[in-house]
Structures are given as structure tokens and as C-alpha cells.
Design a binder for this molecule. Structure first.
Ligand code: C2E
Ligand code: MG
Ligand code: MG
Ligand code: MG
Length: 303
């Protein structure tokens, strides 16, 4: 048992650092192995038109199958993959997964839905990655279906992204989305210099939006600015009927994504669970129960 005092504390500290370093090495090793063995898959989460309930797009969200067969979320490996220079390879694996799944995507979500991919800000500013990546998207034969989600940092830090790389994607008909908008470093006025097709309002503004006047104000500002600039607005992380009802009643926002409609799903699971794709598709977008809707209108709505 270590006694109080600096010597004991130091010994304890060293021990924990050693454990941390070991744990990190283990993750690093399994990440490299996972890439070699292509042990990545994608979960797909729909983007929904909240005025018509139609699915207009899907976002591919990468998952890792670790050595024990467990599914790991990107928070456990994306930053490390970026640090280790493995993220480019990983992104190409995601693209390959989309190509492999295109029939299932079409059956499940519809043949005209956009397909969004996430690209790290660091990648977005690097022509050495983005040029071949654009070529790979073109080679799929359906480049116009693609949308690239990048965080606002990619737009504000001085890289080749805006001037050199964006036009290449635009020429292919690939659309650009600003992910997690509102929590990065750009100011609202920086938006004026950004050319993107979609703005995704970060989940932190959407959570309990119906109860938070400050978030409502921010939402209104983003809304009018993006309207002026011709960008589509989508709310991310929509979880509750109350949040949805607020967006529908008090804003002009047309699109949302979130657990309320659907969690990210594995398309093969869907196929196993329901024999008919049309049934699966119908069950994707959960509509509010009639009693909740009635309760909402009785409350007199928001605003
Ligand atoms: P993101 O692009 O902002 O994706 C949204 C994240 O929020 C996803 O987490 C999604 O599962 C989660 N989410 C969706 N709806 C809700 C909701 O209603 N409530 C809550 N609490 N969460 C919701 P996920 O799949 O763990 O991905 C986390 C992040 O990892 C993504 O954030 C994205 O930045 C990154 N990522 C995912 N796939 C890739 C990829 O292929 N490449 C790169 N570079 N990054 C990726
Ligand atoms: Mg995203
Ligand atoms: Mg977010
Ligand atoms: Mg996001």
C-alpha cells in the first residue's frame, strides 16, 4: 500500500502513465491490424425531410470490428487514425463499403438519396488525399449521389480546400456539407465566404431546443444567413418529438437527422430482420404517435 507523500504519489503516477501508454499501444496495434484486415463497416443514418417524412439522404458512419468481434464507435479510433496517418486509408475503405452496399442503400432508402461521407478537416485541406479521393468517387459511376461532410475548421484554416479542392468536387456534382456547425472556430460572418450546399447545425443546439431561447436565437440567425447564401439547413441529433415539433412550428428548417427518426443502422441487419425492404423502409422513419400529436396541439404550440 502506497503511503501519502510525494514519493508514493510519483510512483503511482508513473504506473498509471505506463498503463496508459500500454493501452494506447494496444489500440494502435489493433487499429493497424484492422486496416490490414479491412475490419471496418458502415452504419447508415437517414436524413429526413421533416415536412414530408421522406428520407432524402443517408450518412455513412464508420465502425470498427475489433479483434474480439465487438463493434467500436469512431470516437475510440478516429483521432488516433488521424494522428497515425491511417485516416486516408480508412476513408477509402468507407467509400468501398458504400459501393459494395449501393443496392441495399437504394432498396432501403431509395435510389435518389444522397450518400454522405465524413472527411476529417485535416484531410480536406490536403490535395494529396483529396485529388485521388475525388477520382475514386468519380469511378463509382454515381458521383452526383455523394455529399462530403467536413467541419467548419476546414473552411476557416488557410488550406487549399476552398480554392483548389472544392471546385474539383463541385465539377463532379459532389455536394459539400458543413458538419457540426456552430461549435467550431468560425464566426457567423465567416459563413459569407464559404461555399457549401448544406449546413448541419450541431446537436448541442438541437437538444431541448423547445426549452432554450438562446439556442432558438442562434438557430434563427443560422437559418436566415444560410437562406441568404442558398444553403440547405439540417438539424443533427434530433431525439424527441418536442424538438421536432419546435422545428416544424417555429422554423423553416426542412431537414433533420437523429435518434428520433432512426439510429445509424447496419443494412444487413435490416435485411435479416425484415424480409421485405419496403417494410424496413417504412419502419425507418418513426412517426409521432397520434396521442403525442394531440397533446402537443392542446399545449398551444411554441413561439
Ligand atoms: P458526425 O459526423 O457529427 O455524426 C453524428 C454522430 O452523432 C454519430 O456518431 C451519430 O451516431 C450520432 N447521432 C446521430 N443522431 C443522434 C442523436 O439523436 N443523439 C445522439 N446523442 N447522437 C446522435 P458516431 O457514429 O459515433 O460518429 C461520431 C463522429 O465520428 C462523427 O460525427 C464523425 O465526425 C466521425 N466519423 C464517423 N464516421 C467517419 C468517417 O468515415 N470518417 C471520418 N473522418 N470521421 C467519421
Ligand atoms: Mg457527419
Ligand atoms: Mg455533432
Ligand atoms: Mg455532425
Amino acid at each position: 500500500r502506497v503511503k501519502n507523500g510525494s514519493k508514493g504519489a510519483a510512483a503511482f503516477f508513473d504506473g498509471s502513465m505506463e498503463r496508459e501508454a500500454l493501452a494506447r499501444m494496444k489500440i494502435e496495434q489493433s487499429l493497424r491490424l484492422a486496416i490490414l484486415e479491412k475490419r471496418f463497416c458502415c452504419a447508415f443514418q437517414p436524413k429526413v425531410n421533416i415536412r414530408t417524412q421522406e428520407v432524402t439522404g443517408v450518412e455513412a458512419l464508420v465502425r470498427l470490428r475489433d479483434d474480439e468481434g465487438l463493434i467500436q464507435a469512431p470516437s475510440t479510433f478516429i483521432n488516433l487514425a488521424t494522428e497515425l496517418g491511417l485516416i486516408d486509408e480508412l476513408t477509402h475503405l468507407v467509400l468501398a463499403e458504400i459501393v459494395k452496399s449501393i443496392d441495399l442503400i437504394n432498396e432501403t432508402f431509395g435510389p435518389d438519396t444522397t450518400i454522405s461521407m465524413n472527411v476529417a478537416a485535416k484531410q480536406a485541406g490536403n490535395p494529396e488525399f483529396m485529388r485521388p479521393f475525388a477520382q475514386a468517387i468519380e469511378a463509382t459511376g454515381f458521383p452526383k449521389r455523394f455529399m462530403i461532410e467536413v467541419t467548419e475548421d476546414a473552411f476557416v484554416t488557410k488550406t487549399h480546400f476552398q480554392d483548389e479542392i472544392l471546385p474539383i468536387f463541385r465539377n463532379l456534382g459532389v455536394r459539400i456539407s458543413i458538419d457540426d456547425f456552430g461549435i467550431g472556430y468560425s464566426s457567423l460572418s465567416a459563413l459569407a465566404d464559404i461555399t457549401a450546399d448544406e449546413i448541419k447545425i450541431d446537436r448541442s443546439f438541437i437538444t431541448d431546443i423547445h426549452k432554450r431561447p438562446r439556442s432558438q436565437g442562434i438557430l434563427r440567425a443560422i437559418e436566415s444567413l444560410s437562406e441568404a447564401l442558398g444553403m440547405t439547413v439540417i438539424a443533427e441529433g434530433l431525439e424527441s418529438f418536442e424538438e421536432l415539433a419546435y422545428l416544424q412550428a417555429a422554423t423553416k428548417i426542412r431537414y433533420a437527422q437523429g435518434y428520433y427518426f432512426s439510429r445509424p443502422i447496419f443494412l444487413e441487419d435490416l435485411k435479416l430482420a425484415t424480409p421485405r425492404a419496403s417494410e424496413a423502409r417504412a419502419s425507418l422513419v418513426s412517426r409521432p404517435a397520434p396521442e403525442t400529436r394531440a397533446a402537443y396541439s392542446r399545449s398551444g404550440g411554441y413561439r
